[in-house]
Design a protein around this ligand. Structure first.
Ligand SMILES: Cc1cc2nc3c(=O)[nH]c(=O)nc-3n(C[C@H](O)[C@H](O)[C@H](O)COP(=O)(O)O)c2cc1C
Ligand code: SF4
Length: 448
């Protein structure tokens, strides 16, 4: 009955517009879920515990709210359910400001669980951004919930619990809330994690020790390059990572500087610890000397920037985010041009500095490459900072009657797949694109 599924569409007054006995009023809307529970009960017998996920809100105007959720909970307890798991839906209002993405906070639905707990006597479970054992324990200790359910924490690291309970918390692969796992559920790629490509591929054997240890040079320290370095080191190779101009973590490290995205930095820190434990060297410039294998893990060539009328100064998005392009007080009106999340998040970064920012999304819709929750939440944050978004608008017309519409144009068109010396792995901005590169990287590392 959770999230965006069939039973919620019966339960929610906003979604259920039926006029037969499965709609109309509360009992009508409960009828289909209750019939299913009855049928399950007939099948499994009286002793078998049946629970349900319900939502504290479905984020539809006129839909499930807290009062309504409490009524549902009471009715389900009367129907004999053994526990209730309280989440929240993903209706239109959730997509425009989602607590489930980066920057949304922790234990985000625990108040919904607490409200349900106040009206039922069966155990209540809370789900939603519990990323540390301490956060889970605090929610139980506060009395808001009896049990905590973990979703993406276990996608990022199936050993989350055992590591946390055995003093190995620093080894836990962190979930950074990027939604790359969820982005795959409607594709043949299924669920996997950008930081842990073993998830979703559990039947694959662990990487085997290399037949011959080799000297591996990884150019670039984006997440795919780091994963390649990690697997190569696990296999016994002697690995050096060259960061180059970008900070350690490549584009992921730059993304951590975007307002609301700081927690992606947890992924970078995890790689730093893990690679250090594995003896991987990290240097800024490529060392002199022989290497057996060189892998290129830097972004590829830039996509061309469309003509932008009346603006002379152009800088790359990565230069803005890294601080390489020093923007002084004379830079006020800025256009950030690009089709995807790179443009949206660079615009957000600049809008947070107080500048007047226009996101020029070169496609039909802004941030088309991003997961809907991430794109929607970024758009909401941009709007809150007063940034404008225009779509498909190239070349740009002067804005507000100014002949010279912008002091600066930021090139956020993104990069083509990597080319260059060695075997290409690349780096990219959006988490799903990174997830695909990481998968390539781990495959490649197994062949070295
Ligand atoms: C890959 C993936 C698949 C999910 N599938 C479902 C689902 O089928 N039904 C549901 O109610 N929630 C589903 N969810 C939502 C999770 O159960 C959970 O409520 C949500 O991810 C928030 O918890 P977390 O922050 O611990 O991940 C899914 C989440 C992910 C990441
Ligand atoms: S893909 Fe992103 S959101 Fe999903 S488990 Fe991994 S880090 Fe978390």
């Amino acid at each position: 009955m959770g999230t965006a599924y069939l039973l919620l569409s019966f339960l929610s007054p906003a979604q259920n517009v039926r006029t037969d006995e499965y709609g109309r009023d509360f009992e009508g809307r409960m009828r289909f879920p209750l019939r299913i529970i009855d049928r399950i009960r007939e099948t499994v017998g009286g002793d078998f515990p049946i629970g349900a996920r319900i939502v504290g809100s479905d984020y539809h105007d006129g839909g499930v709210d807290l009062d309504y959720c409490r009524r549902v909970a009471v009715r389900l307890e009367q129907a004999g359910l053994a526990y209730l798991d309280v989440s929240a839906g993903v209706g239109p209002r959730a997509v425009s400001d989602s607590p489930l993405t980066m920057g949304g906070g922790s234990a985000v639905f625990s108040d919904f669980a607490a409200a349900v707990k106040s009206v039922v006597s069966v155990p209540v479970m809370s789900v939603g951004r519990y990323y540390t054992m301490a956060a889970a324990e605090a929610a139980v200790a506060s009395g808001k919930t009896d049990v905590v359910a973990l979703g993406r924490a276990l996608v990022a690291d199936p050993e989350f619990v055992v590591k946390s309970l055995t003093g190995r918390e620093s080894e836990v692969v962190p979930c950074i809330g990027c939604q790359a796992c969820h982005g795959g559920i409607t594709t043949a790629l299924g669920v996997s994690c950008v930081l842990n490509p073993a998830t979703g591929h559990e039947l694959e054997p662990a990487p085997e020790p290399a037949v011959r240890a080799r000297r591996v040079l990884v150019l670039g320290s984006g997440v795919a390059g780091l994963e390649l370095a990690r697997v190569a080191a696990v296999r016994g190779h002697d690995v050096t990572v060259v960061t180059g101009e970008l900070p350690f973590g490549g584009l992921l490290a730059l993304r951590a500087r975007v307002p609301g995205a700081a927690e992606v930095g947890d992924g970078v820190r995890w790689f730093r610890r893990t690679l250090s434990d594995r003896g991987v060297r990290v240097v800024r410039d490529a060392p002199a000397g022989e290497h057996d294998v060189t892998v290129s893990a830097v972004p590829g060539a830039r996509h061309p920037l469309p003509a932008v009328a009346g603006s002379s100064a152009v800088v790359g998005a990565e230069d803005v985010l890294s601080g390489g392009a020093r923007l002084d007080g004379s830079v006020d009106r800025v256009a950030v041009v690009g089709p995807g999340l790179l443009a949206g998040e660079t615009a957000l970064f600049l809008a947070a500095t107080g500048r007047r920012v226009t996101l020029v999304a070169t496609g039909e819709r802004a941030m088309a490459d991003a997961h809907p929750l991430v794109a929607g939440t970024t758009a909401h944050r941009l709007a809150r900072l007063g940034a404008r978004t225009v779509t498909g608008a190239t070349p740009l017309a002067p804005v507000d009657g100014h002949a010279e519409p912008f002091d600066l144009v930021v090139d956020a068109m993104g990069w083509r797949p990597a080319e260059g010396p060695g075997i290409p792995v690349g780096d990219d901005w959006d988490a799903f694109a990174q997830r695909l590169l990481v998968r390539n990287a781990t495959r490649l590392a197994r062949t070295l």
